[in-house]
Design a protein around this ligand. Sequence first.
Ligand code: NAD
Ligand code: MG
Length: 407
Amino acid sequence: MVRRIGILGSTGSIGTQTLEVIRELNASAGAAGGAEYRVCVLTCGSNRELLLKQILEFLPETVCIASGDDAKWLGRELTSAGGGIASGAKILYGDDGLEEAASVPLDLLVTAIVGMRGLKPTVKAIRAGTDIALANKETLVAAGEAVMSLAAEMNVRILPVDSEHSAIFQCLESSFAGGRSSVDELILTASGGPFRTYSARELESVKPSDALRHPTWKMGGKITVDCATMMNKGLEVIEAMHLFGLPPEKIGVNVHPQSIVHSMVRFCDGSVIAQLGNPDMKVPIQLALTYPARRPSRTPVLDLTAIGSLTFEKPRTDVFPCLGTAYEAARRGGAYGAVLNGADEAAVELFLKGKIGFNAIPKAVEAAMEAYDGPARAEGGADDGVRLAVEADRLARDYVRRISEWL
Ligand code: NAD
Ligand code: MG
């Protein structure tokens, strides 16, 4: 069986690991009787050299890069390397190109692009009937209601790649006949990031290079800063709310610095089921690709005796206010997820450019939430929901940029 796969953001942390998993799965496909994964769509932002290498290796049908100049460069390189002729790759560019690439009918699209930019192409893919392996949590944070209802309407599966959500997805298999009604709480684990033990005062002087050093996971810049502010966990609470259809009061967070327990589900009889593993994103990526089958992987065997102890703490929401602000956005629902996410994207960008301090990130997001005076809810169907999210996102970003010098 051949499975047609696409990757949005193939040059990033999740994108490159997805291609590694595909190489490993294809190498063992014959022996293990598994499917063959054919990479049909690849897209990226600016890393044209890596995209070129990926095109020559995987021979996709359609590729997309952010700039038109880079698309021309790819065309020239592919013609001279013979790859363009061999693969006949259609080369697209820009946001329109991204939406066209995402509309190519596939068995599964891995959304490994970062930020709100992932929303519209993901919606296109759902409309084309393609199942989604969702890494781009921003899609659900900004427009979860619209996206989940469209996916249900189109009979499209949204498979989680985020390790916590993959863990919960696996734990929920244990709900037997009780379904969601037997679930009392989803417990997301958080590493606590590089500043887990810092005071608010110590956080004032942290630099972008400090925030970019994550203790247990190696990821792209935006999500790494979100882990340091704990906004990542806040985004994941909203992601879980939409993916699993539970209200925010049924979603808790435990700080677990070892990142071995990836998340847990507490059921009504008091049983807590957890999913454990070494911190390796290739495991949840592979499960999203092979679901409902499990296939062997090359991740090191988990040896709990070598780790010795696993510890859990309450999150310090006084020092890391982003988590509380995200819960507030989850409770308000509607446009507030997009406001939260847009404000955070703009604030993280300003922090990484050295224009605002670390503690200004939560302040900016909270201020944007309070200042938002656009419509709270969409009127009609999924398209209205997406339009509302795009507009709320724009307002929040503009607001944060405007107030940045006072933060
Ligand atoms: P990354 O920064 O390493 O990669 C981002 C990808 O998006 C790259 O391929 C980049 O080229 C592409 N991109 C960036 N700007 C673009 C633009 N303007 N147009 C088109 N493409 C563009 O990020 P990452 O760590 O791989 O994270 C990707 C997504 O997965 C995020 O939503 C993140 O929250 C989520 N996620 C990541 C991890 C992880 O371990 N890295 C874990 C869970 C969830
Ligand atoms: Mg995660």
